[in-house]
Design a protein around this ligand. Sequence first.
Ligand code: NAD
Length: 300
Amino acid sequence: MNIDTYGFIGLGNMGGPLAGRLLDAGCPLEVFDRDEAAAARLAAQGATRRASAIELADSADTIFLSLPTPEIVRQVTLGADGLIHGKRVKRVVDLSTIGPRSAKAISQALAERGIVYVDAPVSGGVMGATRGTLAVMVACPRGHYDALESKLKQFGPVFYLGQEAGLGQSMKLANNLLSASALAITAEAMVMGVKSGLEPGVMLDVLNAGSGRNSATQDKFPKAVLPGTFDIGFAAQLAYKDVRLCVDESESIGVPMIVGAAVREMLVLTNALYGEAADFTDMVRLVESWGGVQVRQSSP
Ligand code: NAD
């Protein structure tokens, strides 16, 4: 008999649909988010609401996290009212992107209280979270992976990367460096093409049939740039956090990142110009403003 009870903290763009998938798969869930509306949405889908992280940690064995930054994950896990002080929690499954150094530090601190940290960042965006097609990158003791695998598979294909906390994060940072760089360089190529007189829809067709194709030409430009919606659902400030963490981590282990540092600065500018609510794809608007043209679908 499975007597484990499951909790979920952080019910935003990613955590909301992921928690919903666990509920749909028949996994009862206790939830907490500091945003009342986000918690209410999950309660309407059948989850039990808890008033705080610590209250949840008093009643759930395994707690999933999908939180914005390393600082917030530290506060929710190790802070004065953090999960570490919970009476029941035995396992924290962190789906957030926080970088390998934070993952290792949190894992060590939790281990001192007998709580296992499962490093499990994800990639594939809001659409992937909704459809259950995310890549899930897991590092934790093998027995815990085996115990969790069926739940993690609700999110998408799962990759076991090893025992050590931080391996999932290193994999995730490598992925997001590529995703952000693809968007930045595609913005430059598309703005150059449009200013030269090419039609953007045709450009994407050619690129996607040729060697220039990437996640921006296949996904982000058709969905959020050509229609001018700039709403892929990944905040520019979170993309900046990921690239910053990647460049910092890389420098700390002696691998220079010249292109990565340039992409990081483009995200700094995107945030400065378009504000806190900026979407990741607003990076394209930056290049458009420099080039003086817009990359939009002129005909349906
Ligand atoms: P989000 O901002 O949409 O959601 C975060 C949620 O956490 C919000 O509902 C917020 O209210 C809640 N929260 C913040 N601080 C809290 C606290 N102290 N206690 C309780 N709840 C708190 O972010 P998101 O886009 O869902 O991203 C979550 C994580 O997943 C991030 O680490 C991000 O880098 C990563 N990620 C995002 C995407 C994406 O496409 N959005 C893709 C892969 C990974």
